[in-house]
Design a protein around this ligand. Sequence first.
Ligand code: PLP
Length: 521
Amino acid sequence: MTMNNQGSPTATGAGQTREPATISGDRGMDHEERLIFELGRPGMSGVDIPRVEIAESRLAGQRRKGPIGLPGLSEPEVVRHYVRLSRMNYSIDAGLYPLGSCTMKHNPRLNEKLARLPGFGDLHPLAPLSAAQGALALIGELMRWLTALTGMPAVTMVPKAGAHGELCGMLTIRAAIAARGEQRPRVLVPESAHGTNPATATFAGFTVDEIKATPKGRVDVAALEAKLGPDVGAVMLTNPNTCGLFERDVLRIAQLVHKAGAYFYCDGANFNAIAGRVRPGDLGVDAMHINLHKTFSTPHGGGGPGAGPVVLSAALAPFAPLPLLVHDASGFRLIEDRDEVPAGARPFGRMCAFHGQMGMFVRALATMLSHGRDGIRQASEDAVLSANYILASLKDAMSAPFEGPCMHEALFDDEFLHDSGVTTLDFAKAMIDEGYHPMTVYFPLVVHGAMLIEPTESESKESLDRFIRVLGTMALEAKAGKRERFEGAPRLVPRRRLDETAASRKPVLRWKPKEMPKAAE
Ligand SMILES: *Cc1c(COP(=O)(O)O)cnc(C)c1O
């Protein structure tokens, strides 16, 4: 995610005028950067290409009929363009990134170094298995860690993201239900769930039925029990949930779900709160995706790569998708074909052309090996401690919807902004002017004007203290009626606040040059 998610002055909605008053169009080091197509000039090039004389007769019919539409720039212009763009991005390497539900934690440089080892980084996905034994062994070792940390018997490494993992888990559940010869079209999802949960269930062919939350921000077990029946295929639950709270009734919920003949899908995106401390297998979970890119320190955001392995219970393991990784006397193998699967395996199908997301696997295993099991437990405890420090320090200046301590995310509502004329959105945008990426806002939906802050274990106490001081002062200013500071924020960025209505109603999805160069025939 970036602070300025609009690339070009032309690709904008309303409200996009830049503060005037400079000659260059830049403000200090805050550069106005045009698209590379607008910067390019015909005939300019980064290299000197020697002129080649070719007789016109030999070119018969080959000569280009018009410009090919690529920008022409010198090498330093290209370098500056991309460096300037990169400086418009906010990243975890630039500062604290409190985006709730995203676990934006530090990615140790050791992980990068290992992911770039030529044996991993340069391995071609179509290389023969004999040339990929090391990579497959690494995947096998990572699978061992994931099953040990979760207390689950099996894991599939296929999915490429959390939401993809959810889809994989739900398709596995669908296959298991079909194998029992049953019809169970309904899936129960709490109203606080991440949007991907109902979307996934629907995409996998189920209908979604919502479960109410209690005033304490947890699943209403009585409401859940009342909705269970022979037509329910699964319950999708996040634990700790999206309010940053541990579902204390999880054992009872698992028991009820299983008694009704349904499966328990757990959204494991919040695993950072419990890794090394709680094993989902001990909670009665049947399927759970793990966001390697959140919990195990891989850089992510802005659509960057992810990996969402899914751990499976014994009941679901046979239905895991192809390819399967097996290890026998002849080494590691990938089983790509239904006809070659071991006895008892009934894969539901295939989700991707290639196995896994190798760079993520290397980084995740590097994190696990460098921390060890005790270190992983320490990291999740520190993440929970950091969030509680923020909650305790800010709950009087701001306002918290639920009593008591939280897990790894501190949730606030907009009660403290009541009558101030400042909204959650204004407050979040004003954080940008203070050099912080905003927290997650208006999610979970069950809390009015929600602000969800996830500091992770990476931040020092000094870093947290500074953040608390800044947000505490901002809250005082909002309550003191200093609206002008919030209205229209952010100010100190290349682009001011987007007109969100125009951006979604009249999206400009494609940049068009003033004069389209004629394409080559
Ligand atoms: C991040 C997240 C997801 C989706 O994961 P992606 O890797 O972004 O697809 C699902 N559920 C919760 C609770 C999440 O925080």
